[in-house]
Write a protein that binds this ligand. Structure first.
Ligand SMILES: Nc1ncnc2c1ncn2[C@@H]1O[C@H](COP(=O)(O)OS(=O)(=O)O)[C@@H](OP(=O)(O)O)[C@H]1O
Ligand SMILES: Nc1ncnc2c1ncn2[C@@H]1O[C@H](COP(=O)(O)OP(=O)(O)O)[C@@H](O)[C@H]1O
Length: 202
């Protein structure tokens, strides 16, 4: 096996700072977390839409999609979820180096994994959005019919039912996706991005 001491970092001459200058905005990671059906994908893509039409460089990393490729070898055991979030965090870090405002939509049920992602990025680059929605409502929505299968025991380790979800203690933003409209939640996220100096005039 290759020892990490055998691998040396190659410093890019086109730095993150230069890419951000070219884009006329800084990059950041907008990390949506919450139960299945809580609205992570809906909000990540709706926020991206607003940023894109305002000429910001963006990309959404979505659990459903990433699990088809990069993390296609992983399941839903605790060990696999930890590895899933580790890979996504490292991928998001590369996107930030590329100058992109990156939005992620992963259940990311474990606090320690989310904190690890925060810790590998420069201070202030990780913004955690908690999609707060009671299990009963997520289950009623059952967007993909997975809750029904989980209740029937056809899916093991299902978050909220047979696998834990640790709520964020101090998210950068909490959106009540069960009582607020999608538009209201999007506006709150954009407000946060403005207040943190990530975007202006939007
Ligand atoms: N056992 C189990 N538990 C939870 N979710 C399950 C499971 N099996 C499949 N799915 C589908 O996979 C999506 C969650 O993948 P994530 O990569 O976001 O999960 S995690 O962050 O690693 O916990 C999740 O997508 P979302 O509904 O968008 O959250 C589900 O569609
Ligand atoms: N305020 C809201 N924010 C996000 N989604 C909402 C909201 N209100 C209702 N919804 C609905 O809830 C569902 C959320 O599904 P989805 O975005 O796939 O969740 P997740 O990615 O967390 O699994 C969608 O059908 C969406 O239209």
């Amino acid at each position: 096996m290759l020892k990490s001491t055998d691998v040396l970092w190659h410093q890019a001459t086109v730095s993150r700072r230069r890419r951000e200058e070219l884009n006329s905005h800084r990059s950041a990671l907008i990390w949506f977390t919450g139960l299945s059906g809580s609205g992570k994908s809906t909000l990540a893509h709706a926020v991206e839409e607003r940023l894109h039409i305002a000429a910001r460089r963006t990309f959404v990393l979505d659990g459903d999609n990433v699990r088809h490729g990069l993390c296609g070898d992983l399941g839903f055991s605790e060990k696999d979820r930890i590895e899933n979030i580790r890979r996504v965090g490292e991928t998001a870090k590369l996107f930030l180096e590329a100058g992109v405002i990156t939005l992620t939509a992963f259940i990311s049920p474990f606090r320690s994994d989310r904190e690890r992602v925060r810790s590998i990025l420069p201070h202030g680059d990780y913004l955690e959005i908690f999609c707060n929605c009671p299990l009963e409502i997520c289950e009623k929505r059952d967007v993909k019919g997975l809750y029904k299968k989980a209740r029937l025991g056809e899916i093991k380790n299902f978050t909220g039912i047979s696998s834990p979800y640790e709520k964020p203690d101090a998210p950068d933003l909490l959106v009540d996706t069960y009582s607020s409209s999608i538009e209201e939640c999007v506006d709150k996220v954009l407000q946060l991005l403005k207040s943190r100096g990530i975007v202006e005039n939007i």
